[in-house]
Design a protein around this ligand. Structure first.
Ligand SMILES: [Zn+2]
Length: 265
């Protein structure tokens, strides 16, 4: 009986939201494909006039990552520019095998080894809670961040990071660092957190709270400073914190302590 009630409520809710948003909420009936040497770009008629703008973002992202690591992407990947959130959700539902998945308003993009999904920047002001107006440099950083997940997913044998939740600090931290999102504002917050002794001593607890981007980005940046960028390339292959620490020849506690010291000295 309870299930029945929930189902009815959902149906009513969905038909109301359909009625209200009929136009912007329609699933795309037509996808165009533009093939390049690096990726296959799927987009719909509503974004076709912005194609060159998007491609500049995507090409810059790939170029800057390849330059950073002095290495090429292993394979081509698909890029989808979704005309609305409904289309993005449908893609996530089938990719992650979660029927009816509804993304949070802050989710505007995602990347794994073979695919990068982006909600059209045209609808960010109405279909996302991204701060507006979003400047081009922030869009570029966000796209580079997600394309970094694609690069990471190609190199790592767990291509979809399915068993790597404990390594979120590294997956996200490396993307924050390479994309240039580790700005002085984030760094000064990290400094404050460390000074006030408000940071976890376990790697799998670092990807938490409002300042997680700064904390994880600065820790990966510390590793790069101490071991060099070649070591970052090496640890992109690690599938657990244990493997990563072994490659760095350091204990979890020693790594976190020495990073914290380096930030406040
Ligand atoms: Zn990310």
């Amino acid at each position: 009986m309870k299930v029945y009630f929930v189902l009815i409520t959902l149906t009513v809710f969905m038909s109301i939201s359909f009625a209200q948003n009929k136009k912007s909420n329609e699933l795309p009936s037509k996808w165009y494909l533009y093939e390049t040497n690096n990726y296959d770009l799927y987009f719909t008629p509503s974004d076709s006039t912005d194609l060159s703008k998007y491609m500049a973002y995507f090409d810059n992202a790939q170029e800057s990552i390849e330059k950073y690591f002095n290495n090429k992407f292993l394979t081509k990947y698909d890029i989808y520019v979704h005309p609305n959130r409904k289309s993005l959700d449908l893609q996530f539902s089938s990719e992650w095998n979660i029927p009816g998945f509804k993304s949070e308003c802050w989710m505007v993009a995602s990347g794994v080894a073979d695919q990068f999904n982006l909600l059209s920047t045209r609808v960010w002001d109405t279909e996302s809670c991204e701060q507006n107006p979003v400047v081009a440099s922030a869009i570029q950083q966000l796209i580079t961040h997600e394309v970094m997940h694609v690069y990471h997913g190609q190199i790592n044998l767990d291509h979809f990071f399915e068993n790597m939740a404990d390594m979120s600090w590294f997956i996200e931290g490396v993307a924050v660092m390479v994309s240039g999102q580790l700005d002085s504002e984030k760094m000064s917050k990290v400094k404050q957190i460390i000074k006030e002794d408000r940071y976890p001593r376990l790697l799998n607890k670092l990807w938490n709270g409002d300042d997680r981007y700064g904390i994880c980005g600065s820790l990966v940046n510390y590793i790069r400073g101490r071991y060099g960028v070649e070591k970052i390339s090496e640890i992109l292959k690690a599938q657990s914190n244990e493997q990563l620490l072994k490659l760095l020849k350091i204990s979890e506690r020693e790594l976190i302590d020495s990073w914290a010291e380096s930030i406040i000295k």
